[in-house]
Ligand binder design. Structure first.
Ligand code: GAP
Length: 448
């Protein structure tokens, strides 16, 4: 039996296995780890940062660069506080929560199954809960030296509100006409009562959002268009139909600004969960910002002279949640032909943090290997490793999700060839050193 034959594959069943791999390999780990971490905050290490940047670059390419009708921006995290009054967040953006009078822990009233037992009461492990109260999820800060109410500001709870603030400026500066969109990627903050499932529900996270402005008569058409586009995006990331689905919201689930919504869900080990929301926000945002700012944000149709408030179709994907879904989807434990086991991250090459590892069979081959590494680094993210047994070096790259390993051996000097090993099939082929860049570049791009 061939040593590189896969006999058994087990996909991710327990999140703990992924959490442990992510910490070990430097993908994602607790923020401020040396102080014991801080609940709901995560740091991305070298591999995680590359993964996240690749995902964001793909989104930016698809949603902004490839579209003449979409502009990209990068707004401040803190907006004028009136923004959040206009958006409805000050009034509505809350979860019902209860406190335990005994152990002082706080829980979401709709997630009491996760509350566990109380360790502070005698004779019972039941929590002594208060009545539910609404708890606003926006994180507050103060601006300037004064401590009065006027200095209160909010870290943005969603990246889209500054897009509405900038709508008129961007439309005029970019000479766009409705229908058109504005997108941005950036940090958002929510004081989640119960952060959980690794990065899935965090207090600081990134969103990639598109707000697409259209005439009221075209909102259904654009809603369908963006739903299909976003599904294509997720499929191109490598999610198959058995782990990806859409779920329309029932009327009683809709957020205060929403007329219709569809979630894109991924099947995590802890169940089907939202990674993206596609929302028909109607004219809620532009109308409210017109009212609160006193600036008219309606537009005129040049052909008909009709004056109207554009409708907004939004696509809002969580960057961290999608990274988590990509990692969960890629994680495999395999038993291979020689009885050996390996853990492999089957990330698509386009999203993988390291595209290829250069692995000389011996340290004596370091000079030509470093020369190849330097050449490749000008094009792609490359890793170099000349320490230890080649089998163990392959395993380390499998676990990091590196799709290709390029091995130099003692014949390389004679025949000018290297061995390229593909991560998933473990198939090897010999190609000319001068052809390696083209070979890799052909295989690591995003689908057009
Ligand atoms: N602008 C609309 C909006 O923010 P949302 O459904 O609240 O809608 C959109 O959030 C996406 O942001 C979600 O699908 C999810 O991927 C991500 N997201 C929301 N809250 C999150 C959290 N606490 N931690 C990580 N990601 C979150």
């Amino acid at each position: 039996m061939a040593a590189d034959q896969v006999l058994e594959t087990r996909r991710l069943e327990r999140m703990e296995d992924l959490v442990s791999l992510c910490a070990r390999r430097g993908y994602i780990f607790a923020s401020s780890e040396i102080y014991g971490g801080i609940n709901g905050f995560w740091d991305y290490g070298p591999l995680g940062t590359e993964l996240k940047n690749n995902l964001k670059a793909f989104w930016w390419q698809r949603m902004i660069r490839e579209r003449a009708d979409v502009e990209g921006i990068d707004s401040a995290i803190i907006a004028h506080p009136r923004t959040w009054e206009a958006s409805g967040h000050v009034e509505h953006f809350s979860d019902p929560m209860v406190d335990c009078r005994a152990c002082k822990k706080r829980f979401r009233a709709d997630q009491l199954d996760d509350a566990g037992s109380c360790s502070s009461r005698e004779g019972t492990s039941e929590h002594d809960l208060t009545e539910p109260r609404n708890f606003n999820l926006m994180l507050q800060t103060r601006i300037g030296a004064s401590e009065d109410a006027a200095s209160t500001a909010y870290l943005r709870a969603e990246t889209c509100q500054p897009i509405f603030n900038d709508f008129k400026r961007v439309r005029e500066a970019a000479r766009q006409k409705v229908p058109f969109g504005i997108g941005q990627i950036g940090k958002a903050f929510r004081n989640e009562i119960n952060p959980r499932n690794f990065t899935f529900r965090s207090r600081e996270f990134e969103q990639a959002e598109l707000e697409f402005f259209c005439h009221p008569s075209e909102r259904a058409k654009w809603f369908e268009h963006w739903k299909e586009e976003r599904l294509r995006f997720h499929r191109d990331l490598g999610f198959d139909d058995d782990v990806l689905r859409t779920r329309p919201h029932d009327a009683d689930e809709l957020a205060h600004y929403c007329k219709a919504a569809v979630d894109v869900e991924y099947r995590f080990p802890f169940g089907w969960q939202e990674i993206e929301g596609i929302h028909d926000r109607g004219d809620w945002d532009l109308s409210r910002h017109s009212e609160y700012s006193g600036k008219d944000l309606s537009v005129t149709d040049e052909a008909t002279k009709e004056r109207y408030m554009p409708m907004v179709i939004e696509t809002s994907v969580g960057v961290d949640r999608t990274c988590l879904a990509l990692l969960a989807n890629a994680y495999c434990e395999e038993v291979i032909g020689d009885g050996d086991k390996r853990t492999v991250l089957r990330l698509s090459p386009a999203i993988a943090p390291i595209k290829a590892a250069v692995l000389p069979l011996s340290k004596k081959l370091a000079e030509p290997a470093h020369a190849l590494e330097r050449d490749l680094r000008r094009h792609l993210n490359i890793f170099y490793d000349d320490a230890g047994n080649i089998g163990r070096r392959y395993r380390r790259q499998d676990e990091a999700g590196t799709p290709y390993c390029v091995t130099l051996d003692f014949e390389t000097a004679d025949d000018g060839k290297v061995t390229v090993r593909e991560r998933d099939s473990m198939a090897q082929e010999r190609i000319a050193v001068g052809a390696v860049i083209a070979y890799l570049e052909e295989r690591v791009g995003f689908p057009a």
